[in-house]
Design a protein around this ligand. Structure first.
Ligand SMILES: NC(=O)c1ccc[n+]([C@@H]2O[C@H](COP(=O)([O-])OP(=O)(O)OC[C@H]3O[C@@H](n4cnc5c(N)ncnc54)[C@H](OP(=O)(O)O)[C@@H]3O)[C@@H](O)[C@H]2O)c1
Length: 210
């Protein structure tokens, strides 16, 4: 069992928190307004609801479920508390990306001062698909992970598998820049073909493992 501190209380934080709680993990929710969150109906019971510092305490894994522009300041402020943990960067930079030559997650690594522990994941998984039994065609989108730390990637792969997703290892953290582009394309395709249901996603075919 992992103790997962999820930073933020938006759509992705809720979906991941619910899924991992149901899978038997201990979930800590971190918020700028923890009192409001305590009074809200989350649909599941996190083990801890607190400010970001409180939620980080005693966790082994941290999810950055906050806007990309908030990630670097957050990481710089909490660098000591993040040391030694597996850090899952799910944030999508879109137009806030300083340069397309680097992945959003590489800017997170710069703020962190290392790529140790850092994994880009869930970036192109719509929140509505995280706990869904299957999309309209019966397939679940893959979860792509990228990172330089194999041990951390194994942790994230196991956590994604606990949500019943197939996991694709996309290689080093630098490859996350390709995933960043796939997110933008996914939004275009979702709008074109479904009118923006956000229940679609990418699935890589031709593999022996289903
Ligand atoms: N929605 C999706 O389907 C999806 C899919 C994949 C990845 N992502 C990425 O996951 C991250 C979270 O997405 P989301 O859709 O869950 O976002 P969201 O609904 O907008 O929630 C973001 C959360 O971040 C926290 N936060 C911290 N600093 C903030 C700031 N300066 N401004 C605004 N909010 C701040 C807020 O929680 P508190 O107020 O409680 O602190 C807020 O609830 C984003 O980076 C997004 O690109 C989203």
């Amino acid at each position: 069992m992992s103790t997962i501190a999820i930073m933020g209380t938006g759509l992705m934080a809720s979906a991941l928190g619910e899924g991992w709680t149901k899978a038997g993990h201990q979930v800590h929710i971190g918020s700028r307004s923890p009192e409001e969150v305590k009074n809200a109906d989350l649909g599941y019971e996190p083990a801890v609801i607190g400010d970001y510092r409180t939620a980080l305490a005693d966790s082994d894994t941290v999810v950055l479920a906050i806007p990309f522009t908030a990630v670097a300041p957050f990481v710089e402020e909490h660098r000591e508390a993040l040391a030694g943990k597996t850090i899952i960067d799910i944030s999508n930079p879109f137009d806030a990306l300083p340069s397309n030559e680097l992945a959003g997650a590489e800017y997170t690594a710069k703020a962190l001062g290392t790529t140790d522990g850092l994994v880009a994941a869930f970036k192109d998984n719509f929140a509505a698909t995280v706990n869904a039994p299957g999309a309209a065609d019966g397939n679940r989108p893959d979860v792509k992970i990228a990172g330089d730390d194999d041990e951390a990637k194994a942790v994230v792969a196991a956590l994604a598998a606990d949500l019943n997703h197939r996991v694709l290892d996309c290689g080093p953290l630098h490859n996350a820049r390709l995933i960043d582009s796939m997110v933008s394309l996914m939004l275009i395709l979702d709008r074109t073909y479904t009118g923006f249901t956000m229940k679609t996603g990418w699935r890589f075919t031709g593999l022996t493992e289903n």
